[in-house]
Design a protein around this ligand. Structure first.
Ligand code: RE
Length: 365
């Protein structure tokens, strides 16, 4: 697979719009931690359905007012000045001792260690307001939080478990009609100092006029590397841009739509995607390196995410390579409306999405 061309520093000025950085104050951090502790006492785990059902009210009650206001504005701002990502630095203090050594993969993670952080993330989604949900297409559900941990056996893959290749920018689950509206990434540790990559559709000038063909439903959007394929409904087509014509939303996955050799876009689709990518790839921002306790909140219709290649468990201090604890990140996904996607959720659980590919559900449900 080709490697992504990361923008050199001189070109950074080309990206006019940047994600908003919010430095969480020590007082706010204390309020969030107290809230998480209180809620943990009351609900035991962030998976508790009573907690999730009341997450909006609880967010309003417990979160600092400044953060509530920022979240509410973010949720409904689709303007030309909205990048689509908020960076909260120092949202939580992370007790590294308590977390202990990073497990070899997500399958062996002890989620009880992430419980408090799960409450904090859910409250942020609640403030948007948006409801935490899970997708069968990712880990067959696997709960409202997914621990993203580099796995030695998976290091070459374009998945959260990969590390040795750049993870191309993508909107999450671009192959679903009812993909997450908002995502949060909470960094438990990032000792390798891996920068996150972000790419906003708002970084293009006059995207709507210039790339009108991206609104046409002529693009293949294959299921991602986490799902074994085999059958042929990869032929379902959709558009890359949607919503408002001058300030659109996007579903885009560079690795799957452009560089997946097993799918063939039509000549017209391939041509348009290629032109688009030639502009887009220079607009990728990788100037932020998350530290433990930071949270990146993303509007999944405006902003794509990825990360650079790295060597898991190796950090570089003044040119000297040293072993370190491998990276851990916690991802939560949420939907603003449970009603719009009801045809694609479990009969007995409207928070559990069973869409497999562009409007079609997994058959065994
Ligand atoms: Re992702």
């Amino acid at each position: 697979m080709n490697s992504i061309e990361i923008l050199d520093k001189d070109c950074l000025t080309a990206v006019k719009l940047l994600p908003t950085v919010i430095e969480v104050t020590s007082q706010e951090r204390r309020m969030i931690k107290d809230a998480a502790l209180h809620l943990q006492k009351k609900y035991d785990t962030y998976e508790n359905r009573d907690f999730i059902k009341h997450v909006h009210q609880l967010a309003s009650y417990f979160l600092p007012e400044r953060i509530l206001n920022i979240a509410a504005d973010f949720a409904s701002d689709f303007s030309e000045n909205q990048y689509g990502a908020l960076v909260f630095t120092g949202l939580m203090d992370i007790d590294q001792e308590e977390i202990g050594s990073t497990p070899p993969n997500w399958q062996s993670a002890d989620y009880s260690k992430f419980n408090l952080y799960g409450f904090a993330c859910a409250l942020i989604h609640g403030a948007l307001p948006s409801k935490p949900v899970q997708y069968y297409s990712q880990r067959k559900g696997g709960g409202l939080i997914h621990a993203i941990i580099p796995d030695e056996k998976m290091k070459e893959t374009q998945t959260g478990s990969g590390s040795s290749t750049d993870l191309y920018v993508h909107t999450e689950d671009a192959f679903l009609k009812h993909q997450a509206d908002f995502l949060s990434f909470m960094y438990v540790r990032n000792e390798e100092q891996v920068p996150s990559t972000l790419y906003s559709i708002r970084s293009h000038e006059s995207i709507g006029e210039k790339y009108r063909a991206l609104f046409d439903p002529i693009y293949k959007i294959p299921k991602d590397a986490n799902l074994e394929t085999g059958n042929s409904e990869e032929d379902t087509l959709d558009s890359v841009l949607y919503g408002n014509y001058s300030l659109p939303f996007m579903r885009f996955d560079a690795a799957e739509q452009l560089f997946n050799s097993s799918i063939r876009q039509s000549d017209e689709a391939q041509h348009t995607l290629h032109e688009f990518w030639e502009e887009a790839r220079h607009l990728i921002y990788s100037g932020f390196t998350p530290q433990a306790g930071d949270v990146i909140l993303v509007n999944n219709h405006l902003c794509a995410h990825g990360r650079s290649a790295f060597r898991a468990g190796i950090r570089n201090i003044d040119g000297v390579e040293q072993p370190c604890e491998r990276r851990i990140m916690l991802r939560m996904m949420s939907k603003v409306s449970l009603i719009d996607m009801r045809a694609h959720t479990l009969t007995e659980d409207p928070f559990f999405v069973i869409e497999e590919h562009l409007g079609k559900n997994f058959q065994h449900f």
